[in-house]
Structures are given as structure tokens and as C-alpha cells.
Design a protein around this ligand. Structure first.
Ligand SMILES: Nc1nc2c(ncn2[C@@H]2O[C@H](COP(=O)(O)OP(=O)(O)OP(=O)(O)O)[C@@H](O)[C@H]2O)c(=O)[nH]1
Ligand SMILES: [Zn+2]
Length: 195
């Protein structure tokens, strides 16, 4: 498993008690009717929203196809929508990832690129690390000539609180191998991502 991953050592009851505390901290009464089942729902939804701790995204990339008919250009999957959570405030980070690689002799099923994005997104993250995590997983498993990952996302901790700048969006990129070093490949990747 990854450095993030660990088996939950808290019980469902403890998680529910923590949510109850936060409801009180927010200023509401956890015993009023509408909120009675909320701790249970929140604990359950956390299992879903943070599913990334239960998977090793690299494993999605292990099944590859070698019959690629001489295909030797970039493969780019754009606009992979994701929801993540900033590790500073645990507030949603909503955005899109664009993921590309220049295959050597193997390609991967394209859905797996989206699964890798989701696997890393459904953890507490900072965007720079998530960008790099995705790129390095592809680089390490597929061993392509190069990899490019661009992420654009809105951080709720900036758009709904704190500095409060609605619409501000953060762009990050991680380019590896020929997508970084070879000007033609780099241009091509960035053109495909922008287009
Ligand atoms: N680099 C980076 N910063 C992030 C990301 N998500 C949130 N942040 C920032 O993390 C910082 C945490 O700053 P702190 O000063 O510790 O927290 P804070 O007092 O809540 O700060 P404000 O958000 O400015 O009110 C803030 O500047 C956030 O905008 C991210 O993915 N990458
Ligand atoms: Zn934040």
C-alpha cells in the first residue's frame, strides 16, 4: 500500500461521535430530528469520498495491451472530472485532470487513466502532490517515453471561505520524460490539452 494508506483504527461509533461533536461545534443540536441520522450518513459517505485509501492506483495500470498496430503518438484523456479534498481544511477541491502519455510498446485501457485520477483524488491531498502522484504512477508502471498531467481545480477553502475569491482556479502540471524534454512532444501534449 502507499504511504497514505492505513487500516482505519477507529470504529464506526467513534466516527459518528466525532461528527456529532462537529455538529455541535457548528452551532446546531445533534439531537434534533433532522440531524439524528446525520452522523451515520456522514461516516458512511466518508467511506465513499475517501475510497482512495483502499486502493493502490498503480494496480489499475498493470493490465496492458501490446497489439497497438504501430501506434506511436501521444494518448491523451482530457477533462477527467474529479472531487478531492484539501488536506488543510478537508474542503472539496473540484476540477478536471488531463492525462497523457507517449507509449512505448504497451497501451492501457483508457478508463484506467480515469481510475488512477480518482484513486489519488479520493484522499486528503494537495493539488501539486496529486498531479505528481498520477504522473509518477503512470511513469513507473507503463514505462512510456513520457507522461503529462495537467490539473485545473477550484479549492473550496479559497472560494467559499478564507480569502474568498469565487472562480479562482489553480493549474498544476507534471511533465516527465519526452513530454518534458522533447519540445515537439511537449508542444503537442499542451496543444491537445488546450484544444
Ligand atoms: N499549494 C497548495 N496550497 C493549498 C492547496 N489547498 C489549499 N491550500 C492552501 O493551504 C494554505 C493553508 O494555509 P494556512 O495559513 O495554514 O491556513 P488558513 O489560516 O486557513 O489560511 P487561509 O486559507 O488563507 O485562511 C492556504 O493558503 C490554502 O489556500 C493545494 O492543493 N496546494
Ligand atoms: Zn484548503
Amino acid at each position: 500500500m502507499t504511504d497514505h494508506a492505513h487500516k482505519p483504527s477507529v470504529s464506526q461509533a467513534e466516527a459518528e461521535a466525532a461528527v456529532r461533536t462537529l455538529i455541535q461545534w457548528a452551532g446546531d443540536n445533534p439531537d434534533r430530528e433532522g440531524l439524528l441520522e446525520t452522523p451515520k450518513r456522514v461516516a458512511k459517505s466518508y467511506r465513499e469520498l475517501f475510497q482512495g485509501y483502499e486502493v493502490e492506483p498503480r494496480e489499475y495500470l498493470e493490465k496492458t495491451f501490446e497489439e497497438v498496430g504501430g501506434y506511436d503518438e501521444l494518448v491523451v484523456l482530457k477533462n477527467i472530472r474529479f472531487v478531492s479534498f484539501c488536506e488543510h481544511h478537508m474542503l472539496p477541491v473540484v476540477g478536471v485532470a488531463h492525462v497523457g502519455y507517449l507509449p512505448t510498446d504497451r497501451v492501457v485501457g483508457i478508463s484506467k487513466l480515469a481510475r488512477v485520477v480518482r484513486g489519488f483524488a479520493r484522499r486528503l491531498q494537495i493539488q501539486e502532490k496529486m498531479t505528481s502522484d498520477i504522473a509518477h504512477a503512470i511513469q513507473d508502471v507503463l514505462r512510456p517515453h513520457g507522461v503529462g498531467v495537467v490539473i485545473e481545480a477550484e479549492h473550496s477553502c479559497m472560494t467559499m471561505r478564507g480569502v474568498d475569491v469565487p472562480g479562482a482556479s489553480l493549474s498544476t502540471s507534471c511533465l516527465l520524460g519526452s513530454v518534458r524534454e522533447d519540445p515537439r512532444t511537449r508542444e503537442e501534449f499542451l496543444r491537445l490539452v488546450r484544444g
